[in-house]
Design a protein. Structure first.
Length: 456
């Protein structure tokens, strides 16, 4: 046996021995076949960051990190955010080794924030995981500690309808397609045009820019009856076996959220989502203690620290990070693990392209208390065509198979992405203008040196 083959055999043996049941022989074979023999992970460097808008009508941006060894990694800026959130970080990561994912994340995480403001930082974190996996020849879930499951349960976001019969039939079709978990909206949109369903200051029901405690909107008994009749009709059509979660209630104060929650409790819904802003922990405690349906929030929270008070006060039953806002793959796993310590399960919000989808799939596979993941584009037939390298169709009886390929396990289908570009847009156009963007980033001070006289 020559030296190279000896190391190859020894490496596989060590991996199998140390990872135990986490790696099957099939997993080992897939990893071994995907190792890039020519790569030198310790010498890998980021040389470029470029962006492309992806999807025919979406405001979603995929970034590509290129390296000195000819491999590229992909990440995505969360839906609805600006690509500038990623571009202005380019100069801060050029020359870095993307395999040092946590080091790079800690360097740039100060530039993230809650909701869409996290998009740029997280897109880079995703792309670094993808690059590290490709360089080392292993899937992201393996680098996160291994997987707890081979396929990920999904629920499909379903367009709402004011007609409960139509809504019920839409959900029933999801079940017929194999989905084993559902979600629908039930909220103020059903009541706005109904006389006597709401009490409110003039004009307040026409805005969503004012936080819930400050709107003055109240629901009447008539409004509550409409909600109950709607829920009863949907349950009758779908049946009681399939979980149905509820979202988008409207900007009601917590007292009215409690009234709504208690009115809908008899219909055994999977959870009530984001009934009030996530920052209002004490109100979440009031809500959870006042009803018998699980309470969920978290899609706009950045970093595990944002979840701490919700967990410690047992304010929610299910946390709901969106990996594209929460901090990426590793931070999402940390959030899930922390939630588990407090007896809280984790569902995942996801409204992105297949790049964010598969980043989320890896995080879900590696987190023990994962429950279910959201998907917004199940009706877009071309969604699957945007990427190659994975089992298709992507959604099989309501599940997505966890990929065994290196990194995220996917590659962009260049031809398909280009087919959806608007006039004047380019496929990963050069971004050299961001190469030298700089500022004084450090958050702490030190004594000035010769070149820093006057810097306080």
């Amino acid at each position: 046996m020559n030296r190279r083959n000896w190391f190859k055999s020894a490496g596989a043996a060590v991996a199998a021995g140390s990872m135990g049941s986490l790696l099957s022989s099939r997993d080992l074979a897939a990893i071994e076949n995907n190792v890039k023999r020519a790569s030198e992970p310790s010498k890998l460097e980021i040389t470029d960051l470029r962006v492309v808008r992806i999807g025919a009508t979406w405001r979603k941006y995929v970034i590509r990190l290129d390296t000195n060894q000819g491999i590229s990694g992909y990440g995505e800026v969360r839906d609805g955010a600006s690509p500038t959130y990623a571009l202005f970080l380019k100069s801060r990561i050029l020359g870095e080794n993307p395999c040092n994912v946590d080091k790079i994340f800690r360097k740039i995480k100060q530039f993230g924030g809650h909701a869409r403001q996290a998009g740029g930082v997280v897109s880079i974190e995703m792309a670094c995981w993808d690059l590290a996996g490709k360089a080392w020849g292993v899937p992201c879930w393996q680098m996160l500690g291994g997987k707890f499951r081979d396929k990920i349960r999904m629920y499909a976001d379903t367009p709402t309808s004011k007609d409960p019969v139509e809504m019920g039939n839409r959900l029933k079709k999801r079940v017929e397609r194999g989905f084993t978990f559902l979600k629908m909206d039930i909220g103020i949109g059903l009541l706005r045009d109904v006389e006597g369903a709401l009490t409110y200051p003039s004009g307040m029901t026409d805005t969503s820019q004012i936080m819930h405690p400050f709107t003055g909107i109240r629901i009447t008994d008539k409004g509550l009856k409409i909600f109950k009749d709607y829920a009863a009709t949907v349950r009758e059509i779908v049946g009681w076996e399939t979980p149905i979660a509820l979202d988008h209630f409207g900007h009601f104060p917590v007292e009215d959220c409690i009234k709504i929650a208690q009115a809908l409790d008899p219909y055994n819904f999977a959870w009530y989502e984001d009934m009030i802003p996530w920052q209002l922990t004490d109100q979440y405690v009031m809500l959870r203690q006042s009803c018998n349906t699980p309470i969920l929030t978290g899609e706009d929270i950045y970093l595990k620290e944002g979840f701490m008070e919700l967990f410690e006060k047992k304010a929610i039953a299910i946390c709901h990070p969106d990996p594209a806002s929460a901090g990426g793959l590793l931070e999402t796993k940390k959030i899930g693990d922390l939630a588990m310590e407090h007896g809280i399960s984790m569902a995942l919000h996801m409204a992105g392209s297949p790049i964010t989808l598969f980043a989320t799939i890896h995080a879900a596979a590696a987190t023990e208390n994962f429950l279910v993941c959201e998907h917004h584009n199940v009706d877009d037939e071309w969604y699957d065509d945007l990427v190659d390298g994975v089992e298709k169709p992507l959604f099989n009886n309501g599940y997505v198979t966890v990929p065994a390929g290196p990194g995220l396990g996917i590659e962009l289908n260049e031809e398909e992405v280009k087919r959806h570009l608007r006039e004047g847009e380019h496929y990963f156009a050069p971004t050299d203008e961001w190469n030298e963007e700089r500022s004084w980033d450090r958050l702490w001070s030190r004594r000035a040196g010769k070149r820093q006289v006057g810097v306080g």
